[in-house]
Ligand binder design. Structure first.
Ligand SMILES: [Cu+2]
Length: 146
């Protein structure tokens, strides 16, 4: 093999090495962590299981709409007589909810209707539910991306 041949082989080797290196960097880079979009979770102190669902279809930007929140004990028993504080906002914009949603009725089986919810912008929203019931006070935060 002449010196030109060795250079070609050498250059090819370097390119292969660079590709290999980039592949390792690319494949091992952590994926950008998105917010946890689960709509059912255990409350912060572990007292309740709490699940949220829009009452009719996925909410759209600007719509005043309702949610149904279901609260059970960790063993799955429905929680009656819960009261709620509802807050939240857009963590990336440092603003709160545009409305003051409230629990307006008990639907039975641990389900409560939350009325007056509105998402005035598209993007990442957080909903923070404070729950007070005979077993104690606890809270849960949900993420939504519109
Ligand atoms: Cu915003």
């Amino acid at each position: 093999m002449g010196s030109t041949g060795r250079m070609v082989v050498g250059a090819f080797g370097l390119v292969a090495l660079a590709i290999g290196f980039l592949a390792v960097v690319f494949l091992t880079a952590p994926a950008a962590p998105g917010p946890d979009l689960a709509r059912a979770k255990t409350s912060l102190k572990g007292l309740y299981s709490i699940a949220i669902a829009p009452e009719s279809g996925e909410p759209k930007q600007g719509d005043l709409h309702s949610w149904v929140v279901t609260v059970t004990t960790r063993q799955g028993a429905p929680v009656d007589n819960a009261s709620f504080t509802i807050g939240g906002g857009m963590p990336e914009h440092a603003h709160g909810l545009p409305t003051s949603p409230e629990a307006t009725s008990y639907l039975g089986d641990g389900r409560y209707r939350i009325e007056g919810m509105k998402f005035s912008m598209t993007g990442w929203w957080q909903l923070k539910f404070g729950i007070t019931a005979p077993a104690g006070a606890d809270e849960a935060t949900f993420n939504l991306v519109l």
